[in-house]
Design a protein around this ligand. Structure first.
Ligand SMILES: Nc1ncnc2c1ncn2[C@@H]1O[C@H](COP(=O)(O)OP(=O)(O)OP(=O)(O)O)[C@@H](O)[C@H]1O
Ligand SMILES: [Mg+2]
Length: 308
């Protein structure tokens, strides 16, 4: 897949000296759904704002659709739709007017049929004549999405699109986003909901303290999720693994008191039966055992904690 966004050596130090992004390299593929995960203050909004040309980088380059986001600002911006994190939709304007106006801002000719399609897809058509300030928080967020889609962008940024949106509506929004991706729109979303990343993303990037610490296909992450750990507490500590214990995935804890066996839950054979018989053949006795499964959340928390 060719990339539609190319980010290289991107850094941002805000006035006052705070380094919000540290040399980010990232390519976004055309048509993919990319989820950016990270704790509060990690730099997600800063990264998106730079790509959208709203914040100037301190170093590095970004192109969108081949256009440099600074030198070719207008061309880059014309193919990008942005749903910002902050709600700024408290006005007397109607839903219809504000969404149509957004399209005009990008110099596109009026297209009521397109606006209607967008509003219907987001279940906002019934509210088209309502003033924004009379809408609920979840509706306002959908209006922001409608505005971002008004000019038919190739790339859509969604900064925390479903924060404060109820579970049912969140699923509706996921469907809208998926349909867009099926039509070839490239989607980059940030989220605090791990479930959202699991559900939606083709690839996941984890950002922490301004550094991109992991970028991986979701399928690969799910494979990792499918891994389980079996921990055996030994009655006597071992100094090394006995020669007869040849199972791949077997390790001895540092204090020698635990055997840790990692296995793939999706595999046909887990190897546990063989391990247990080898233990007894080698006279290794244990007094307790426990299994645990890693989740995307574990991977996320570990990565973020290790970086503290
Ligand atoms: N205009 C600014 N001036 C100075 N510092 C800023 C500015 N904007 C953001 N920052 C700082 O940069 C860091 C990254 O902020 P950013 O908004 O990118 O984080 P985020 O990952 O989007 O967080 P959240 O999940 O809370 O939305 C934070 O420490 C923030 O305080
Ligand atoms: Mg943010």
């Amino acid at each position: 897949m060719p990339s539609i966004i190319e980010i290289s050596g991107l850094s941002k130090t805000y006035e006052g000296g705070f380094a919000a992004l540290k040399s980010i390299d990232l390519q976004i593929e055309k048509g993919e759904i990319f989820a950016l995960l990270g704790p509060n203050g990690a730099g997600k909004t800063t990264l998106i704002s730079i790509i959208c040309g709203l914040v100037n980088p301190t170093a590095g380059t970004v192109t969108a659709g081949g256009h440099d986001v600074i030198r070719d600002y207008r061309a880059a911006r014309s193919i990008i739709g942005l749903v910002p994190q902050e709600l700024t939709t408290d006005s007397f304007e109607t839903v219809w007017a504000t969404v149509s106006y957004s399209r005009g801002l990008f110099g596109k000719p009026k297209d009521p049929a397109h606006i209607e399609k967008v509003l219907r897809a987001l279940s906002l058509y019934d509210k088209r004549d309502s003033k924004l300030l009379t809408l609920s928080g979840g509706m306002k967020r959908r209006v922001l999405i409608a505005k971002a889609l008004s000019h038919e962008p190739d790339i859509l940024f969604l900064d925390e699109p479903t924060a404060g949106v109820d579970v049912e509506l969140r699923r509706d929004m996921w469907n809208v986003v998926r349909d867009l991706a099926d039509q070839g729109v490239t989607i980059i979303l940030t989220t605090h909901y791990i479930e959202e990343a699991e559900e939606m993303a083709d690839r996941v990037g984890i950002i922490n303290k301004g550094e991109l610490v992991l970028v991986e296909r979701k399928a690969e992450l799910m494979r990792k999720l499918g891994r389980k750990e079996l921990r055996l507490s030994l009655t006597e500590p071992l100094t090394a693994l006995p020669d007869g214990l040849t199972n791949e995935g077997l390790a001895l804890s540092e204090d020698g008191l635990e055997l840790i066996y990692t296995y793939d839950t999706q595999a046909e054979r887990t190897g546990i039966t063989r391990l247990l018989s080898q233990l007894s053949d080698n006279g290794v006795r244990f007094r307790d055992l426990a299994t645990s499964q890693s989740s995307l959340e574990d991977i996320f928390v570990n990565l973020v904690r290790n970086q503290q």
